[in-house]
Design a protein around this ligand. Structure first.
Ligand code: CP3
Length: 343
C-alpha cells in the first residue's frame, strides 16, 4: 500500500515527498469533460458512480499519492435548506442569501447519512476500488468560508455583507457560525466513519480578513471543529488561501498539516509557523503553464525549502486551473517524485 501521504501527514519518515493537487479532478482533464458532457455538476456530485469515476481519473492519469472525494464545499449548504445552483459563468449561486436571524433560524443541521447518502456511498465504493493503492481524502469548507457563500449568495470580491454581519455584533454571525461548525464536525466525522483516511478543510476566503478579525470571527470555530474531529483519529489538513498575513493565528487552529497558498515563499511560511509544523503546498497553479524545465526548477526550489519543516506534502498553492496542460501536471508529479527522494 502507498501510505506515503498519510505518513507525511503524521510527520513520520517517508521515502519521498508525496504529492496531490487541489481540484485534481476537473475540467482540465478531457476524461472529466466526457463525463460532465452528460451530467450537470450537481448531478455528478450526487451520483456515486459518476463521482467515483471522476475521483479516480487523476489518480490514474497523474500518478498522485492521494485521492480526494469528488464533491463540493457547498453540498452540505443545500442540505441545510438553501437552494443551490451552479452557473457556467458565475459559479455557485445561493438565491436567497442569509442576512438576518430568522434566516439562520430556518437552517437545519443535516444528518449526512440521511440527507447526503451519496457522499457515504461514494466514499465506500472508492475505498473498495482504490484497494489501498492510495489513501482517500474527505473534505469540507471551513465554517467561515461556507458562511461567506451563504451570506453573499455566491462568490464575492469585497465580502461586504459578511463583514457587515460580523461587525454588527448582534449575535447573528456567531449563531450562523455555530450552526456551521456543528454541521462541519458531523459531516466530516461521517466521512471518516464511511472510510475517509484524512480530511482537508478549505478556508478559501479567510485570507480576506484582517488578522484581528480572523482571530475573532474564523479561528474559534475552526479550532473547535478541529479539536472535535481529532477524536476520529485521521490527519487533518487546514488550507487557508492568502494565508501570509495570518499564519501566526492559523497555527493555533490545531491542524496536523497547514496548507499554504503560493503568495508566500514556503521557507518563510515554515519560519513563521515553526519547524515542528507539517506543511502542504505551494506551487502557483499558473506555474503549470511554464515549460517543463521551468516547472522542474520551481518544484526543486519548493522541495528544498520544504525540508526545513517536520513534514512536507507537495501540492499547488490553490486548485489546478481549467486549461492547464495535463502533460505539465504529470511532469510536475514526476518531478516531485524524482527530486523529492530522501537519502
Ligand atoms: O479537489 C478535487 O478534485 C475535489 C473536488 C472539489 C471541487 N470543489 C469540484 C468542483 C473540491 C475539493 C472543491 C472545493 C471547493 N468548491 C472550494 C474550496 C477550494 C477552492 O477552490 O478554494 C470552493 C470555494 C468551492 C466552491 C465552488 N465550486 C466554486 C467557486 C465553483 C465555481 C468555480 C469553478 O472552479 O468552476 C465550484 C464548481 C466546481 N467545484 C467545479 C469542480 C470540478 C467546476 C464545475 C464544473 O464542472 O463545471
Amino acid at each position: 500500500m502507498n501510505d506515503t501521504f498519510l505518513r507525511a501527514c503524521r510527520g513520520e519518515k517517508v521515502e519521498y515527498t508525496p504529492v496531490w493537487l487541489m481540484r485534481q479532478a476537473g475540467r482540465y482533464l478531457s476524461q472529466y469533460q466526457v463525463v460532465r458532457a452528460n451530467a450537470d455538476f450537481l448531478t455528478l456530485c450526487k451520483t456515486p458512480e459518476l463521482a467515483v469515476e471522476v475521483t479516480l481519473q487523476p489518480v490514474e492519469i497523474l500518478g498522485v499519492d492521494a485521492a480526494i472525494l469528488f464533491s463540493d464545499i457547498l453540498i452540505p449548504v443545500e442540505s441545510m435548506g438553501m437552494r443551490l445552483e451552479f452557473s457556467e459563468k458565475k459559479g455557485p449561486i445561493l438565491s436567497e442569501p442569509i442576512r438576518n436571524r430568522a434566516a439562520v433560524e430556518r437552517l437545519t443541521i443535516p444528518d449526512t447519512e440521511e440527507d447526503m447518502p451519496f457522499i457515504i456511498e461514494a466514499i465506500k465504493i472508492l475505498r473498495k476500488k482504490l484497494e489501498n493503492k492510495v489513501p482517500l481524502i474527505g473534505f469540507s469548507g471551513a465554517p467561515f468560508t461556507i458562511a461567506t457563500y451563504m451570506i453573499e449568495g455566491g462568490t464575492s470580491k469585497n465580502f461586504v455583507h459578511t463583514k457587515k454581519m460580523m461587525f454588527q455584533h448582534n449575535g447573528v454571525f456567531s449563531y450562523l457560525l455555530d450552526k456551521l461548525t456543528t454541521t462541519v464536525i458531523s459531516y466530516l466525522s461521517a466521512q471518516v466513519k464511511a472510510g475517509a483516511q484524512a480530511l482537508q478543510i478549505f478556508d478559501t476566503w479567510a485570507g480576506m480578513l484582517a488578522p484581528l478579525d480572523y482571530k475573532e470571527f474564523a479561528l474559534p470555530y475552526i479550532k473547535k471543529a478541529i479539536s472535535e474531529l481529532k477524536k476520529d483519529g485521521v490527519p487533518i489538513i487546514y488550507f487557508v488561501n492568502d494565508c501570509a498575513g495570518i499564519l501566526k493565528e492559523v497555527r493555533k487552529s490545531g491542524a496536523d498539516v497547514i496548507g499554504i497558498d503560493w503568495r508566500i515563499d514556503i521557507g518563510d511560511a515554515i519560519k513563521k509557523l515553526g519547524k515542528k509544523v507539517i506543511v502542504q503546498g505551494n506551487l502557483d497553479p499558473c506555474a503549470l503553464f511554464l515549460p517543463r524545465e521551468k516547472i522542474e526548477e520551481r518544484v526543486k526550489d519548493i522541495l528544498w525549502k520544504g525540508e526545513a519543516a517536520k513534514g512536507h506534502i507537495f501540492n499547488l498553492g490553490h486548485g489546478i486551473l481549467p486549461g492547464t496542460p495535463v502533460e505539465n501536471a504529470i511532469a510536475m508529479v514526476e518531478a516531485v517524485h524524482k527530486y523529492g527522494k530522501k537519502e
